[in-house]
Design a protein around this ligand. Structure first.
Ligand SMILES: *Cc1c(COP(=O)(O)O)cnc(C)c1O
Length: 334
């Protein structure tokens, strides 16, 4: 669907110079991921399609970028007290990884919906893991009490300038590797990934057509963009578990940024997400989690109003339970 034109003027609280500074700061701590050609998808749509492989980022998802930037900016005092993250898995892992390399104590709150594979990876990084509640929102309530009690610093998964600035470095890398980009397709949940990547890309190439894509179960940001204010949604199990959770009733940055930066949105069903995961694996030999693969599903759907020209798709993460992944590969219905 095409988004209504935003009524408010663009007032980016994250600027291109913030992004360049962030890129410089965290450069040595993250991997510059490849933008790899997909011959199959290119043939499918008749224009070049390249995949930004954050599946190859350390920790297996782009969230390490924002987490690293946020932690590197903390005062010595805040570092010694420690940090806390509430996570659907990948943010917690990014924060735990960055905290470990910077020697900062780290607590991660997650709900029971988070797959075991993600919980284990975070424990292995030495973080104090607390599983609480049936949803990301319930885990968050418990986490806030812990923050006050232990005077920890909260590291937001998306609605924080330092986090968004750093997800934007991904957009800078895309422009460097695909200067003639016409379309950018990004998985969308809390909106930090889309806000950051699209801000960098549109600041340098204002005409790029930006598509936000998510699952049709509990699409909080898209519902909020349509309502013009944060809308709570029910969180249910999905193959795209990393796209679950609300945008926060007190959202300050990503809702406005996503409204201004998104030209089109699309919702995918569970079978469409599974089909996208299979396509990525069988055609491009890429293992992606459901939330990471949704961009491919948009091209398979044929429903987008793409501009003629090259398309970049962010493949945002690969942290899928292998038993789940194998059963998806084995199932032929799509
Ligand atoms: C967190 C996450 C997203 C969504 O990012 P937001 O900034 O919350 O929109 C997409 N894909 C993966 C793999 C993620 O972990």
């Amino acid at each position: 669907m095409t988004m209504p034109a935003p009524s408010r003027p663009v007032t980016p609280s994250v600027t291109l110079s913030d992004i360049r500074e962030a890129a410089h700061r965290i450069g040595p701590h993250v991997t510059r991921t490849p933008l790899r050609l997909s011959p199959f998808l290119s043939k499918h749509i008749g224009h070049t399609v390249r995949l930004k492989l954050e599946t190859m980022q350390d920790t297996g998802a782009f969230k390490l970028r924002g987490a690293t930037n946020a932690l590197m900016q903390l005062s010595d005092d805040a570092r010694s007290r420690g940090v806390l993250a509430v996570s659907t898995g990948n943010h917690g892992r990014g924060v735990a990884h960055a905290a470990k390399s910077l020697g900062i104590p780290c607590v991660v709150y997650m709900s029971e919906l988070v797959p075991d594979v993600k919980v284990r990876a975070i424990r292995d990084l030495g973080a104090d893991v607390v599983i609480h509640g049936r949803s990301q929102d319930e885990a968050e309530v418990a986490a806030m009490a812990r923050i006050t009690e232990d005077r920890l610093t909260y590291i937001h998964p998306f609605d924080q300038a330092a986090v968004i600035a750093e997800q934007s470095t991904l957009g800078l890398e895309i422009i460097e590797d695909m200067p003639d980009i016409a379309n950018l397709i990004v998985p969308l949940s809390g909106g930090g990934l889309l806000a950051g990547t699209a801000l960098a890309v549109k600041t340098l190439r204002p005409d790029v057509h930006v598509v936000g894509v998510t699952m049709d179960r509990g699409a909080a940001m898209i519902a909020s963009m349509q309502a013009g204010k944060p809308v709570p949604v029910e969180e249910v199990e999905s193959l795209a578990d990393s796209l679950g959770g609300g945008i926060g009733s007190d959202n300050v940055l990503t809702l406005t940024m996503c409204q201004h930066l998104t030209d089109e949105t699309l919702l995918l069903s569970e079978p469409e997400i599974a089909a996208a995961m299979r396509t990525l694996f069988f055609e491009d030999r890429i293992v992606a989690e459901g939330g990471g693969a949704v961009g491919v599903g948009t091209l398979m759907s044929g429903k987008l109003n793409l501009h003629p020209g090259p398309t970049a798709i962010v493949i945002s993460g690969c942290n899928v339970d292998m038993n789940v992944f194998l059963s998806i590969l084995a199932s032929i219905e799509s």
